[in-house]
Design a protein around this ligand. Structure first.
Ligand SMILES: [Cu+2]
Length: 275
């Protein structure tokens, strides 16, 4: 059974296995297919039109399915690997071990944002950024440079306390748990973390940065925590609704999975701790 652990608690061997599996997916070309898929949905998900991956109720089940598929690709390289999660309410500094050279490498240099240490630095030769929205083919970051802080535990708890999963109009204007977690409304959790990392993480090709998976694994864990806190609440909308994925509609691009299928993560993996 796959157990997703807090990245801060990984052993040196677990870190190396994770990094090596990422590099192998990159080398084989498989990694970039995930970046391409994510960007296609970022480009097509709109507030007043069809929306599946983002700014809609299916943001959470869509990313859960996307991460499961990615984790399965990693496990085809090394069955020991599971996706770690990054609790950015605790590990909230550019000096966290997450950003050390033996794991993801650090922030970008001031001149052009280029990450210059660790396995994902372009100078290490194994992490070309090929699926891109500008001319720069190297991994970039600007950790915390926008002046914003990462969300606090208190801010997370206030969002976890919201009892309603999502509300009409089911987009970036909605009230409810999903949109506050996604960050278009309120204190801003998920979106703010993308901006805090900067570089490709602030764009539609955000999966170019391996921290994407750890950020989304933590968002996914917060969804599981919300479910545990609100056992009487469930995914909404439950009935068919124009332009959005209701409980029993299939989701693109897989077309064989519904939000209902994604509600119980324990069929696929567990977390190291429940809370
Ligand atoms: Cu995201």
């Amino acid at each position: 059974m796959t157990v997703r652990k807090n990245q801060a608690h990984l052993t040196p061997t677990e870190k190396r296995n994770f990094v090596d599996a990422l590099l192998e997916l990159k080398r084989s070309g498989r990694y970039d297919t995930f970046v391409t898929t994510h960007n296609a949905f970022i480009m097509s998900d709109t507030d007043n039109g069809d929306r599946v991956g983002h700014r809609s109720p299916s943001f959470l089940p869509w990313h859960r399915r996307f991460l499961i598929q990615f984790e399965q690709a990693l496990q085809a390289v090394n069955p020991e690997v599971a996706l770690p999660y990054w609790d950015w309410t605790v590990d909230r500094s550019p000096t966290s071990s997450l950003w050390a050279a033996d794991f993801l490498g650090g922030t970008g240099r001031s001149r052009d944002g280029q990450v210059s240490d660790g396995a994902f630095a372009v100078t290490a030769g194994k992490w070309p950024v090929s699926v891109r929205v500008d001319g720069r083919g190297f991994l970039r970051r600007a950790l915390g440079s926008g002046g914003q802080q990462l969300p606090t535990r208190a801010e997370v708890d206030a969002v976890l306390a919201m009892p309603t999963y999502d509300t009409a109009p089911w987009n970036s204007a909605s009230d409810g748990f999903r949109n506050h977690l996604e960050g278009w409304r309120g204190v801003n959790l998920h979106n703010r973390v993308h901006v805090w990392v900067g570089g490709q993480m602030g764009t539609g090709v955000s999966p170019n940065d391996p921290v994407f998976w750890m950020h989304h694994a933590f968002i996914d864990r917060l969804w599981a925590q919300w479910q545990a806190r609100h056992p009487g609440s469930t995914y909404l909308p439950a009935v068919q609704t124009r332009n959005v994925v209701s409980l029993n509609d299939v989701m693109r691009p897989w077309n064989d999975v519904t939000p209902a299928d994604m509600l119980d993560h324990t069929r696929h993996y567990t977390y190291d701790t429940a809370a």
